[in-house]
Design a protein around this ligand. Sequence first.
Ligand SMILES: C[S@@+](CC[C@H](N)C(=O)[O-])C[C@H]1O[C@@H](n2cnc3c(N)ncnc32)[C@H](O)[C@@H]1O
Length: 259
Amino acid sequence: MPGHRAPWLPPWIEYADTNEGKALSTLARSLDARLAGALRERGFVADDARRRPHVLLVDGATACVGTADPDIGSPWPLGIPRLRMPREAPSRSTQKLAEAIAVFLGGREQSLMHEGQAAVDLGAAPGGWTWQLASRGLQVAAVDNGALAPSIARDPNVEHVRADGLNWRPKRAVEWLVCDILEKPTRIAALVADWLASGTARNAIFNLKLPMKKRRDEVLRCGEQIRDRLDAARIDATLAFRQLYHDREEVTGCVLRKR
Ligand SMILES: C[S@@+](CC[C@H](N)C(=O)[O-])C[C@H]1O[C@@H](n2cnc3c(N)ncnc32)[C@H](O)[C@@H]1O
């Protein structure tokens, strides 16, 4: 393995999530067992190590090898989340927020997002994201002029607010803002920045639906926009973007207050 001191976490043998890639799954499984065994035998593997070797099979004869910090890389082999689709959740997009929570909060989920906190879900209908929050015991204002699924609308942790999410604000500050409104990315970035800079929300997870062209530039512009507002308000926070497995022509952003 290039240039890193052992020990490592057990290695992952990966391949592209395409038809060609999937044809390599049998090879990956057999290499997986052999490589992990060989590294363990030589004392290279420790379950509390801070780097993980990744072997990406390009084809049956070529592989790219590297190591990554497990806190920065995907928490799942191949970047494919192992999340169950909850039967009670009203839309498949529930998995997008579930993945975002797992990726951005990781091991800190219990301390950062928990029962008793207040949250706002902008563009909430039919309620997949609201379900993720309410099922963790958060009190959720679900803002959408559209209808929520009856099971979510009845949830005692959920209040359905029929309003324009681009203008509505809660009476009291909330710990969490989530936003899945289909709008221009810079409009959503300005909205999220405003909630955070004004102290209306402490943390945020939001989706940016990207334009057809210059997508990277758009993400950078939105990031800068949010960062400038936070800096001007002297708010110490981390800002991260990821194109998640469940994202299509989108990226998901997350802002977490440090103090
Ligand atoms: C992609 S869907 C949200 C799906 C939702 N996150 C879920 O998991 O079920 C986008 C929603 O945003 C709502 N929406 C669009 N513009 C809005 C606005 N200005 N204010 C509030 N909701 C809006 C739409 O009515 C739609 O229900």
